[in-house]
Design a protein around this ligand. Structure first.
Ligand SMILES: [Zn+2]
Length: 170
């Protein structure tokens, strides 16, 4: 009986909390501001929208085979955006040849546009990089990159879409 009372209390508090959060603009924002622009789609929608490779990488955390992606040896000048939602992710100015067979960058366009989280899959502890807008999996970041950051964002080509820099075209 006591347990039921406790549960009832817990849920009523939970509902009150949700309610007050959903309601007021005067309430404290609990989530970072940029998460309000999130792109959310069902698995079915993503599957219909994306190429098979992009779907495997972005939505299923896949990794393309080294040296098979379209951008590992690509040297165009412009911006790499998310293949899922168009969020600007990396500039060609920060791209370098890591010799790994995956496009590599030493920093994102802005830290806000990527989410970094600890990934303990496959018996390794790595830092996973996701698109902060659609939560799509991009790749991993390692601490063996070049100056000025010393970071190596090792990103799957399939997760990216290159957009040529219009200004530098002439
Ligand atoms: Zn995205």
């Amino acid at each position: 009986m006591k347990m039921n009372l406790f549960l009832a209390l817990f849920f009523s508090l939970f509902i009150t909390y949700q309610h007050s959060y959903a309601q007021g603009k005067d309430k404290e924002v609990l989530l970072p501001a940029d998460t309000t622009n999130k792109v959310r789609k069902s698995d079915k929608e993503w599957k219909a929208q994306l190429t098979a490779n992009a779907y495997q990488v972005l939505r299923k955390h896949g990794t393309e085979r080294a040296f098979t992606g379209k951008y590992h040896d690509f040297k165009g000048k412009g911006t790499y955006v998310c293949a899922g939602c168009g969020n600007p992710l990396f500039s060609s100015k920060t791209k370098f040849d890591s010799g790994t067979g995956w496009p590599s960058f030493y920093q994102p366009v802005t830290k806000k546009n990527v989410t970094e989280l600890v990934d303990k899959s496959y018996g390794m502890e790595r830092v996973e990089v996701q698109c902060s807008k659609c939560d799509g999996h991009l790749g991993h970041v390692f601490e063996d990159g070049p100056e000025p950051t010393g970071l190596r964002y090792c990103i799957n080509s399939a997760a990216l879409q290159f957009q040529e820099d219009q200004v530098s075209k002439k």
